[in-house]
Design a protein around this ligand. Structure first.
Ligand code: F6R
Length: 605
């Protein structure tokens, strides 16, 4: 989703800004732009193509400056056309870039029109530009602080004004923004990653902060308008651009990285211990009587899977909710419930808002399962468990999902042990099974050629049904989500027992029905569901554990999973579904890593 970069320096910073945008490209965008103060005036270049095109433009026009801001935009208000691309100007004196959504932009626009401001774009951002301009009396920092008092909604902004040639002002509320500290130069970005190569010292701004960057100094005021100190953190882990290597897309690379990602996420320790979740976890885990899991999309499905583990291994009641629903409904808060947020990015606006909502209702015990150590969610929660998937570039989440599953299994086993529900032998067995997962995953990945053969059939379809039962119902949901988001084939998932309550009416020869069939307690029930589909001429594509005795037949296509993996089986069964979606999308020629309309990091509501 939208990305911001800003810089104040004594050298030409256009290449720093463009490189920053390149590093943010993975978040997804549909236009981009850069503005600098050149010869005392703001000058800009904008593109509705890629950052590479913007780079060509700035080279051709020799755009140069020591103070500048840049942006990748994911359209919300107004189509992705040049006029709506950021930076947005106000009267050729002020330039702004903005992430987020201003909810009261219509009221503000009318007020500003009344003051004679002309609106050129359809963006809500132009309202902020004119608002700050209208409040500017020689002090940009003061004008931005005053303007933020009038804004409702979420934003991260970076602003410059022609009368202050060595100043960039930033503000955040609901969208992330970090300050990068240099020597005689300072930077601003929506993600520390954007500034790799320029600095490794960062200040993570807090909600409501407004900051002023000049060559030598950074000033921060908090939401109450008081000067504030923010810790400076060394973040050295951000290396160079991630290479694709022998793979065709990042998604394929990330699917094949799962054995490594999982191995890095499995705790080194030979026992499940509360300390894996941070200081104070043992006390917190003792005080809780239930779990409330909040997440979106794929991360929500990992939460749904975890519910089975938490209730069966730890015998702890677990409720899993879509973050964007929870935040707006009247729930009955239970302060003894541990709130678990699950997120790859740690910056998903809906999940952050749901966490804040839970905290406002009196939930004090909170845990983030997250892939980004410096993210807002990790900073906002009492406890955390980091997944070590590494950077995930493909918009469709793969290795983040399986590493979340590992983290949540470890949570279930830890709580199960603390609550006296697992024996020392069971604990040792779980540890052994976790350690064997990377090898088991490698055998699943070896199924790729068989899956490619199926994907050619799928690429000619427009609909698909996914079935699973129990622990594997969320895996069916995840398989359907993967297929629809990258191949644009309509796909739905059902718990297989629900088929006869409606969806069976859809089953014809034209409808592929993908079934996840582990050899578990529900296998015989699932086999009956398979027969229901076959009897109606449906085409079944079954990922069956080797010992299920489900065999290839008329209308029944089977790929054998190498081994049955008990409670951890969802981690293996999701992988062929990822590969099926990936290869189907490749056959259909879609933009796999950047599917249409989607963004990697969903930082707006
Ligand atoms: C789907 C996908 C999304 C994300 C969702 C939450 O492949 O990636 O559904 O899972 O947007 O994102 P995070 O996990 O960053 O909070």
């Amino acid at each position: 989703m939208c990305g911001i970069v800003g810089a104040v320096a004594q050298r030409n910073i256009v290449s720093v800004l463009i490189e920053g945008l390149r590093r943010l490209e993975y978040r997804g965008y549909d236009s981009c732009g850069v503005a600098v103060l050149a010869g005392g005036e703001p000058k800009r270049a904008r593109s509705v193509a890629r950052v590479a095109d913007l780079d060509e433009q700035v080279c051709e026009t020799r755009l140069e400056g020591v103070t500048g801001i840049a942006h990748t935009r994911w359209a919300t208000h107004g189509a992705p056309v040049t006029d709506n691309a950021h930076p947005i100007f106000s009267r050729n004196e002020l330039a702004i870039v903005h992430n987020g959504i201003i909810e009261n932009y219509e009221t503000l626009r009318e007020m500003l029109r009344g003051k004679g401001y002309e609106f050129i774009s359809q963006t809500d951002t132009e309202v902020i530009a004119h608002l700050i301009h209208s409040l500017y009396h020689g002090d940009l920092f003061a004008a931005v602080r005053e303007a933020t008092g009038h804004l409702h909604g979420a934003y991260a902004i970076a602003v410059l004004h022609k009368s202050q040639p060595h100043t960039v002002v930033g503000a955040r509320q609901g969208s992330p923004l970090v300050v990068g500290l240099g020597e005689g130069e300072n930077f601003l970005a929506s993600d520390a990653l954007a500034l790799a190569g320029s600095t490794d010292r960062f200040m993570f701004l807090e909600e409501g902060d407004v900051c002023e960057l000049t060559l030598e100094k950074v000033r921060v005021f908090d939401r109450d308008g008081k000067p504030a100190e923010r810790d400076v953190r060394q973040v050295a882990a951000y290396g160079g651009a991630v290479e694709l290597g022998p793979y065709r897309h990042f998604m394929q690379k990330e699917i094949f990285e799962q054995p490594r990602a999982i191995s890095d996420t499995i705790p080194q320790s030979d026992v499940f211990d509360a300390s894996l979740f941070g200081e104070g976890a043992a006390k917190a885990f003792e005080e809780i009587d239930s779990l409330l899991v909040l997440a979106c999309g794929t991360s929500y499905y990992s939460g749904l899977t975890a519910k089975y583990w938490l209730e069966s291994i730890a015998k702890i009641p677990t409720q899993v909710e879509i973050a964007s629903e929870y935040r707006y409904r009247d729930s009955v808060p239970n302060p003894k419930s541990l709130v678990v947020v699950i997120s790859q990015s740690g910056e998903t606006a809906d999940t952050i808002a749901a966490l804040k909502h839970a905290q406002s209702l009196g939930h004090t015990h909170t845990l983030a399962v997250c892939n980004v150590a410096t993210s807002a969610m990790v900073r906002m929660t009492e406890l955390s468990f980091l997944t070590h998937a590494g950077r995930e570039i493909g918009v469709a989440s793969t290795k983040a999902f399986t590493t979340q599953l590992v983290a949540l299994f470890v949570l279930a086993a830890t709580l199960g042990k603390l609550r006296g529900h697992i024996s020392a032998k069971q604990e040792a067995d779980y540890i052994r099974q976790l350690r064997h997962l990377p090898a088991a995953l490698n055998s699943v990945l070896a199924l790729e050629p068989q899956i490619i053969a199926w994907s050619e059939e799928f690429s000619r379809k427009e609909n698909a049904l996914f079935l699973g039962r129990g622990l594997h119902y969320p895996i069916a949901l995840e398989g359907a989500l993967k297929l629809k988001e990258i191949s644009y084939i309509h796909a739905e998932a059902y718990p297989a027992g629900e088929l006869k309550h409606g969806p069976l009416a859809l089953v014809t020869e034209a409808m592929p029905v993908v079934t996840v069939a582990p050899n578990d307690a529900l296998l015989e029930k699932l086999k009956s569901n398979i027969q229901e589909v076959r009897a109606r001429g449906g085409q079944l594509y079954v990922f069956a554990d080797a010992d299920t005795k489900i065999l290839n037949d008329e209308g029944l296509h089977v790929i054998r999973m190498p081994e049955h993996y008990g409670l951890l089986s969802p981690i293996l069964h999701v992988v062929p579904l990822q590969l099926l979606a990936y290869h189907t999308a490749c056959s259909r020629g879609t933009d796999v890593d950047k599917p249409r309309n989607l963004a990697k990091s969903v930082t707006v509501e």
